[in-house]
Design a protein around this ligand. Structure first.
Ligand SMILES: Cc1ncc(COP(=O)(O)O)c(C=O)c1O
Length: 416
């Protein structure tokens, strides 16, 4: 049974949505919390009259709810337009906008484009950026991270859970090692894929900056937050009316903020029940590895968020699998993307050492609290059928020949 499915209208009755890492539906409780601010409570939180004050109160309540999600102090929460802005603020606000024109940044090869993008920009401005490799399970080595920190390092940015594979990084251990070596280095983590799936505790993680986006945990789109540890100074990347203590100018997205607060409260409240449900679905889904030959899980078996499985269906093109699933009303995603007119394999899968062919034969399945066991069963059967048909066309003789150690899967680019 899905968690809370009875309360939520399905997007379309005929669709099976297994793309929760892309976005999640807004829960009815969240929509209800937002409703007054869509209708009557339109005040500007900066205004001192009663309509403004009422709205300010709601914004501050939401700040407390988001702080509780992270075991943080409300004064450390800064609302942004989403994780893209939070990540840009963390990276640019600690460097270029803080008046620095050189220095070292350490990040990883598997970051979201909203981290890789500002890193590339900083490189073009004279900063040195190193990109940590990952092993075949998509994990960085925390010892290597600490070794790569130099006297010039300003900031380290490594995500908590990868959006394509679900693999969870050893952030606490990495932070501890880095802080032992150089306590002044700032540590940022993009934690977008974690809330509602695993516990997120900034004290345990030992980081200084953390990014969130509400629509990844059943809140609205276009609203996120950056947690900034008290005492850490960050320069703004937007200038204006000094909202959010000057770090993020611009009239607050009150409706979004209220929705994010409610979604954070629910993520905390339901974590145990939801994560149990997600783990059960994952176990059910992964039986496909035994039932379909030449199929491999890209990601870590245990160090993972429970909602995600990235499968390499060797011999079946990922885009073709995705299109065939879509025809049956099943929504999934692939990591390959069209760039400058040509199709590029997922950089995350390539960083893990997957061959180009294996990366093109990969599909991401991500489920959520509303997914049912029966939906998972239908998807497993559909993937088996579609993959078998596609392989019969593309790989008539080789089916069953490759096992998961075959070089068809790996090129040996990963750490191990
Ligand atoms: C890991 C990660 N970071 C950052 C983002 C960006 O979030 P948003 O598009 O809400 O700004 C995403 C969204 O896909 C993500 O998965």
């Amino acid at each position: 049974m899905a968690v809370g499915a009875n309360q939520v209208p399905s997007v379309a009755v005929t669709e099976i949505y297994l793309d929760y890492n892309a976005t999640t539906p807004i829960l009815p409780e969240v929509a209800e919390a937002m409703e007054p601010f869509l209708k009557n409570e339109f005040g500007n939180p900066s205004s001192v009259h009663p309509p403004g004050r009422r709205v300010r109160k709601a914004v501050e309540e939401a700040r407390e709810q988001v702080a509780r999600l992270l075991n943080a102090n409300p004064s450390e929460i800064f609302f942004t337009s989403g994780a893209t802005e939070s990540n840009n603020t963390a990276l640019l606000g600690a460097t270029l906008f803080a008046g620095r024109f050189s220095g070292h940044i350490l990040t990883s090869q598997i970051e979201h484009p909203s981290v890789i993008g500002p890193c590339r920009f900083l490189e073009s401005k004279g900063f040195r950026v190193d990109y940590l490799p990952v092993d075949r399970t998509c994990r960085i080595d925390p010892e290597q991270a600490a070794e790569m920190v130099t006297d010039e390092t300003i900031l380290v940015s490594v995500m908590l859970a990868n959006n394509e594979t679900g693999t969870v990084q050893p952030i606490a251990e990495m932070s501890r090692r880095i802080k032992e070596k150089r306590p002044e280095v700032l540590i940022h983590t993009d934690a977008v894929q974690a809330p509602g799936k695993i516990a997120v505790d900034v004290q345990e993680l030992g980081v200084d900056l953390l990014s969130l986006s509400a629509h990844k945990f059943y809140g609205p789109k276009g609203i996120g937050a950056l947690w900034v540890r008290s005492g850490v100074s960050l320069a703004p990347i937007l200038y204006g009316g000094h909202q959010e203590k000057g770090l993020r100018s611009g009239t607050e997205n009150v409706i979004g903020i209220v929705g994010m607060g409610k979604a954070a409260e629910i993520a905390v409240r339901d974590l145990d029940q939801v994560s149990q449900h997600l783990w059960n679905l994952r176990k059910r889904f992964l039986r496909i590895l035994d039932e379909l030959p030449m199929t491999r899980l890209s990601g870590h078996r245990q160090w993972t968020i429970p909602s995600t499985a990235n499968l390499c269906l060797l011999g079946a093109d990922g885009l073709a699998v995705q299109a065939n699933l879509a025809q049956r009303g099943i929504c999934v995603s692939v990591g390959s993307a069209c760039s400058s007119g040509s199709l590029k394999p997922s950089p995350v899968l390539r960083a893990m050492g997957l061959s180009e062919m294996a990366a093109f034969c990969s599909v991401r399945f991500s489920w959520g609290r509303l997914t049912t066991e029966s939906e998972i069963d239908q998807v497993v059967e559909a993937v088996k059928e579609i993959t078998t048909i596609l392989r019969a066309v593309t790989l008539p003789d080789e089916i069953g020949v490759c096992d998961e150690n075959c070089p068809c899967f790996f090129e040996g680019a990963g750490l191990s």
